[in-house]
Design a binder for this molecule. Structure first.
Ligand SMILES: Nc1ncnc2c1ncn2[C@@H]1O[C@@H]2COP(=O)(O)O[C@H]2[C@H]1O
Length: 257
Protein backbone atom coordinates (compact mmCIF):
# COMPACT_ATOMS: atom_id res chain seq x y z
CA UNK A 1 0.00 0.00 0.00
CA UNK A 2 1.46 3.38 -0.93
CA UNK A 3 2.61 5.90 1.65
CA UNK A 4 -0.37 8.30 1.57
CA UNK A 5 -2.89 5.46 1.65
CA UNK A 6 -1.27 4.13 4.84
CA UNK A 7 -1.97 7.40 6.67
CA UNK A 8 -5.14 8.34 8.49
CA UNK A 9 -7.20 10.78 6.38
CA UNK A 10 -6.45 13.73 8.70
CA UNK A 11 -2.72 12.97 8.72
CA UNK A 12 -2.76 12.64 4.93
CA UNK A 13 -4.47 15.99 4.45
CA UNK A 14 -2.08 17.65 6.87
CA UNK A 15 0.88 16.35 4.92
CA UNK A 16 -0.55 17.32 1.53
CA UNK A 17 -1.19 20.82 2.87
CA UNK A 18 2.57 21.32 3.22
CA UNK A 19 2.86 21.86 -0.53
CA UNK A 20 1.03 22.87 -3.66
CA UNK A 21 -0.30 20.54 -6.38
CA UNK A 22 1.69 20.79 -9.58
CA UNK A 23 1.31 19.14 -13.00
CA UNK A 24 4.35 17.49 -14.57
CA UNK A 25 4.46 16.74 -18.30
CA UNK A 26 5.16 13.35 -19.83
CA UNK A 27 8.74 12.08 -20.12
CA UNK A 28 10.26 14.64 -17.76
CA UNK A 29 13.18 13.91 -15.46
CA UNK A 30 11.97 15.32 -12.17
CA UNK A 31 14.84 14.14 -9.97
CA UNK A 32 18.39 13.69 -11.26
CA UNK A 33 20.63 11.00 -9.82
CA UNK A 34 23.49 12.58 -7.86
CA UNK A 35 22.04 16.09 -7.72
CA UNK A 36 21.78 17.89 -4.40
CA UNK A 37 18.13 19.03 -4.55
CA UNK A 38 16.12 17.96 -1.54
CA UNK A 39 12.41 18.53 -2.12
CA UNK A 40 9.92 15.69 -1.71
CA UNK A 41 7.16 14.77 -4.15
CA UNK A 42 3.84 13.30 -3.06
CA UNK A 43 2.26 11.67 -6.09
CA UNK A 44 -1.44 12.44 -6.59
CA UNK A 45 -1.93 11.00 -10.02
CA UNK A 46 0.10 9.33 -12.76
CA UNK A 47 3.21 7.16 -12.83
CA UNK A 48 6.97 7.68 -12.67
CA UNK A 49 9.91 5.35 -13.11
CA UNK A 50 12.91 5.27 -10.80
CA UNK A 51 16.16 4.31 -12.52
CA UNK A 52 19.82 4.31 -11.53
CA UNK A 53 23.00 4.02 -13.55
CA UNK A 54 26.21 2.26 -12.55
CA UNK A 55 29.68 3.70 -13.20
CA UNK A 56 29.98 1.60 -16.39
CA UNK A 57 26.68 2.85 -17.77
CA UNK A 58 24.49 -0.10 -16.77
CA UNK A 59 21.01 1.33 -16.17
CA UNK A 60 18.50 -0.39 -13.90
CA UNK A 61 14.84 0.17 -13.34
CA UNK A 62 14.46 0.22 -9.56
CA UNK A 63 10.78 0.99 -9.17
CA UNK A 64 7.60 2.41 -10.57
CA UNK A 65 5.93 5.04 -8.40
CA UNK A 66 2.27 5.92 -8.62
CA UNK A 67 -0.65 7.56 -6.84
CA UNK A 68 -0.03 7.88 -3.13
CA UNK A 69 3.70 7.27 -3.30
CA UNK A 70 6.35 9.55 -1.92
CA UNK A 71 9.43 10.26 -4.03
CA UNK A 72 12.61 12.05 -3.02
CA UNK A 73 12.30 11.19 0.65
CA UNK A 74 15.82 9.71 0.88
CA UNK A 75 17.71 12.94 0.19
CA UNK A 76 15.33 14.76 2.51
CA UNK A 77 16.09 12.35 5.32
CA UNK A 78 19.81 11.79 4.92
CA UNK A 79 20.85 15.03 3.21
CA UNK A 80 22.82 13.14 0.56
CA UNK A 81 22.53 13.52 -3.24
CA UNK A 82 19.65 11.90 -5.08
CA UNK A 83 20.03 8.13 -5.14
CA UNK A 84 18.30 7.69 -8.50
CA UNK A 85 16.72 9.40 -11.46
CA UNK A 86 12.94 9.80 -11.49
CA UNK A 87 11.12 10.30 -14.82
CA UNK A 88 7.43 10.78 -15.56
CA UNK A 89 5.62 8.12 -17.57
CA UNK A 90 2.80 10.24 -18.94
CA UNK A 91 1.33 13.31 -17.26
CA UNK A 92 1.70 13.31 -13.48
CA UNK A 93 0.35 15.46 -10.68
CA UNK A 94 2.36 15.86 -7.49
CA UNK A 95 2.44 17.95 -4.37
CA UNK A 96 5.97 19.31 -3.92
CA UNK A 97 7.09 19.77 -0.34
CA UNK A 98 10.32 21.41 0.81
CA UNK A 99 12.59 18.87 2.50
CA UNK A 100 12.92 20.93 5.66
CA UNK A 101 9.14 21.08 5.98
CA UNK A 102 8.82 17.35 5.34
CA UNK A 103 11.46 16.46 7.94
CA UNK A 104 10.05 18.92 10.52
CA UNK A 105 6.65 17.32 9.94
CA UNK A 106 8.07 13.83 10.62
CA UNK A 107 9.84 15.05 13.74
CA UNK A 108 6.59 16.15 15.31
CA UNK A 109 4.43 13.25 14.02
CA UNK A 110 5.96 9.93 15.05
CA UNK A 111 3.09 7.94 13.55
CA UNK A 112 3.81 9.35 10.09
CA UNK A 113 7.52 8.71 10.60
CA UNK A 114 6.81 5.08 11.55
CA UNK A 115 4.68 4.64 8.42
CA UNK A 116 7.60 5.88 6.35
CA UNK A 117 9.93 3.51 8.20
CA UNK A 118 7.56 0.69 7.30
CA UNK A 119 7.89 1.55 3.62
CA UNK A 120 11.65 1.59 3.85
CA UNK A 121 11.56 -1.78 5.64
CA UNK A 122 9.43 -3.20 2.82
CA UNK A 123 11.96 -1.93 0.32
CA UNK A 124 14.80 -3.57 2.20
CA UNK A 125 12.97 -6.89 2.43
CA UNK A 126 12.18 -6.93 -1.27
CA UNK A 127 15.75 -5.98 -2.11
CA UNK A 128 16.96 -8.93 -0.07
CA UNK A 129 14.50 -11.25 -1.79
CA UNK A 130 15.53 -10.02 -5.22
CA UNK A 131 19.16 -10.69 -4.45
CA UNK A 132 18.26 -14.18 -3.32
CA UNK A 133 16.22 -14.80 -6.46
CA UNK A 134 19.06 -13.54 -8.66
CA UNK A 135 21.22 -16.29 -7.26
CA UNK A 136 18.54 -18.98 -7.25
CA UNK A 137 16.86 -18.58 -10.65
CA UNK A 138 17.91 -18.30 -14.26
CA UNK A 139 17.57 -15.04 -16.19
CA UNK A 140 14.73 -16.36 -18.36
CA UNK A 141 12.78 -17.44 -15.26
CA UNK A 142 13.26 -14.04 -13.58
CA UNK A 143 12.36 -12.21 -16.76
CA UNK A 144 9.19 -14.27 -17.23
CA UNK A 145 8.15 -13.43 -13.68
CA UNK A 146 8.83 -9.73 -14.22
CA UNK A 147 6.80 -9.66 -17.43
CA UNK A 148 3.91 -11.40 -15.70
CA UNK A 149 4.00 -8.92 -12.84
CA UNK A 150 4.13 -5.99 -15.25
CA UNK A 151 1.26 -7.44 -17.29
CA UNK A 152 -0.82 -7.84 -14.17
CA UNK A 153 -0.05 -4.43 -12.75
CA UNK A 154 0.54 -2.30 -15.84
CA UNK A 155 -1.12 -4.26 -18.58
CA UNK A 156 -3.79 -3.11 -20.98
CA UNK A 157 -5.97 -5.49 -22.95
CA UNK A 158 -5.47 -5.08 -26.69
CA UNK A 159 -6.52 -7.24 -29.63
CA UNK A 160 -2.96 -8.64 -29.75
CA UNK A 161 -2.79 -9.49 -26.02
CA UNK A 162 -1.89 -7.65 -22.82
CA UNK A 163 0.26 -4.66 -23.74
CA UNK A 164 2.61 -3.39 -21.04
CA UNK A 165 1.81 0.27 -20.58
CA UNK A 166 5.25 1.04 -19.17
CA UNK A 167 7.74 1.80 -21.93
CA UNK A 168 10.91 0.01 -20.80
CA UNK A 169 14.12 -0.56 -22.72
CA UNK A 170 15.93 -3.90 -22.75
CA UNK A 171 18.60 -2.23 -20.65
CA UNK A 172 16.05 -1.26 -18.00
CA UNK A 173 14.52 -4.74 -18.00
CA UNK A 174 18.01 -6.17 -17.63
CA UNK A 175 18.74 -3.94 -14.66
CA UNK A 176 15.47 -4.95 -13.14
CA UNK A 177 16.24 -8.67 -13.22
CA UNK A 178 19.93 -8.20 -12.46
CA UNK A 179 21.24 -9.52 -15.79
CA UNK A 180 23.12 -8.20 -18.80
CA UNK A 181 21.21 -6.62 -21.68
CA UNK A 182 22.48 -9.40 -23.93
CA UNK A 183 21.15 -12.10 -21.64
CA UNK A 184 17.77 -10.37 -21.49
CA UNK A 185 17.71 -9.96 -25.28
CA UNK A 186 18.29 -13.72 -25.62
CA UNK A 187 15.60 -14.55 -23.06
CA UNK A 188 13.12 -12.21 -24.80
CA UNK A 189 13.89 -13.88 -28.10
CA UNK A 190 13.23 -17.32 -26.59
CA UNK A 191 9.90 -16.16 -25.20
CA UNK A 192 9.04 -14.55 -28.51
CA UNK A 193 9.77 -17.80 -30.36
CA UNK A 194 7.52 -19.68 -27.93
CA UNK A 195 4.72 -17.25 -28.81
CA UNK A 196 4.57 -15.85 -25.26
CA UNK A 197 5.24 -12.24 -26.22
CA UNK A 198 5.47 -9.80 -29.09
CA UNK A 199 8.30 -7.29 -28.89
CA UNK A 200 8.61 -3.90 -30.48
CA UNK A 201 10.84 -0.99 -29.54
CA UNK A 202 10.13 -0.25 -25.87
CA UNK A 203 6.86 -2.13 -26.19
CA UNK A 204 6.00 -5.65 -25.15
CA UNK A 205 2.71 -7.46 -25.58
CA UNK A 206 2.05 -10.63 -23.59
CA UNK A 207 0.24 -12.94 -25.96
CA UNK A 208 0.33 -16.20 -23.95
CA UNK A 209 0.56 -15.57 -20.22
CA UNK A 210 0.36 -19.29 -19.52
CA UNK A 211 3.74 -19.78 -21.22
CA UNK A 212 5.23 -17.05 -19.02
CA UNK A 213 3.63 -18.64 -15.97
CA UNK A 214 5.20 -21.95 -16.81
CA UNK A 215 8.61 -20.35 -17.33
CA UNK A 216 8.31 -18.42 -14.06
CA UNK A 217 6.72 -21.16 -12.00
CA UNK A 218 9.49 -21.43 -9.45
CA UNK A 219 10.04 -17.68 -8.97
CA UNK A 220 8.08 -15.86 -6.30
CA UNK A 221 6.00 -12.97 -7.58
CA UNK A 222 7.36 -9.49 -7.02
CA UNK A 223 4.00 -7.86 -7.54
CA UNK A 224 4.54 -5.95 -4.35
CA UNK A 225 6.96 -3.98 -6.44
CA UNK A 226 4.43 -2.45 -8.74
CA UNK A 227 1.00 -0.90 -8.80
CA UNK A 228 -2.13 -1.04 -10.86
CA UNK A 229 -2.85 1.99 -12.97
CA UNK A 230 -6.33 2.61 -14.33
CA UNK A 231 -7.84 0.50 -17.04
CA UNK A 232 -5.08 -2.03 -16.74
CA UNK A 233 -5.99 -5.66 -17.08
CA UNK A 234 -8.22 -6.30 -14.12
CA UNK A 235 -6.92 -3.27 -12.26
CA UNK A 236 -8.33 -0.11 -10.73
CA UNK A 237 -6.88 3.31 -10.32
CA UNK A 238 -7.50 6.54 -8.52
CA UNK A 239 -5.80 9.74 -7.55
CA UNK A 240 -4.59 10.26 -4.03
CA UNK A 241 -6.49 13.48 -3.44
CA UNK A 242 -8.13 11.76 -0.51
CA UNK A 243 -9.49 8.45 -1.67
CA UNK A 244 -7.01 5.87 -0.52
CA UNK A 245 -9.55 3.07 -0.61
CA UNK A 246 -9.82 3.37 -4.36
CA UNK A 247 -6.11 3.42 -4.87
CA UNK A 248 -4.78 0.75 -7.12
CA UNK A 249 -1.97 -0.15 -4.76
CA UNK A 250 -1.25 -3.77 -4.40
CA UNK A 251 -0.65 -4.30 -0.80
CA UNK A 252 2.97 -3.98 -0.09
CA UNK A 253 5.87 -1.97 -1.20
CA UNK A 254 7.36 -0.03 -3.34
CA UNK A 255 9.53 -1.10 -6.18
CA UNK A 256 10.84 -3.80 -8.43
CA UNK A 257 13.37 -4.51 -5.82
N1 LIG B 1 14.73 1.08 -4.84
C1 LIG B 1 13.87 2.09 -4.84
N2 LIG B 1 12.54 1.87 -4.76
C2 LIG B 1 11.66 2.88 -4.77
N3 LIG B 1 12.01 4.16 -4.83
C3 LIG B 1 13.32 4.42 -4.89
C4 LIG B 1 14.32 3.42 -4.90
N4 LIG B 1 15.51 4.00 -4.98
C5 LIG B 1 15.29 5.32 -5.02
N5 LIG B 1 13.97 5.57 -4.97
C6 LIG B 1 13.30 6.88 -4.99
O1 LIG B 1 13.99 7.68 -5.94
C7 LIG B 1 14.34 8.86 -5.27
C8 LIG B 1 15.54 9.57 -5.82
O2 LIG B 1 15.80 10.70 -4.97
P1 LIG B 1 16.04 10.41 -3.41
O3 LIG B 1 17.29 9.64 -3.25
O4 LIG B 1 15.91 11.68 -2.67
O5 LIG B 1 14.80 9.48 -2.99
C9 LIG B 1 14.62 8.37 -3.84
C10 LIG B 1 13.42 7.52 -3.61
O6 LIG B 1 12.27 8.30 -3.40
Amino acid sequence: MPFLARLEPAARQELLALGVPQPLPDDTVVLHEGEPSRHVLLVLDGWLKVTATSANGHEALLALRGPGDVVGELAAIDGRPRSARVTTLGPVRVVTVRSEDFVAHLETRPKVAVVLLGLLADRLRTGDRKRLESAAHRVDERLARLLLDLAEQHGQETPEGIALRVPLSQRELAGCVGASREAVARALEKLRKRGAILTMRRRIVVTRPEVLRQAASSVQSVTDAVRRPSSSAGARRSTMDGTPGAHGGIGTPDQFR
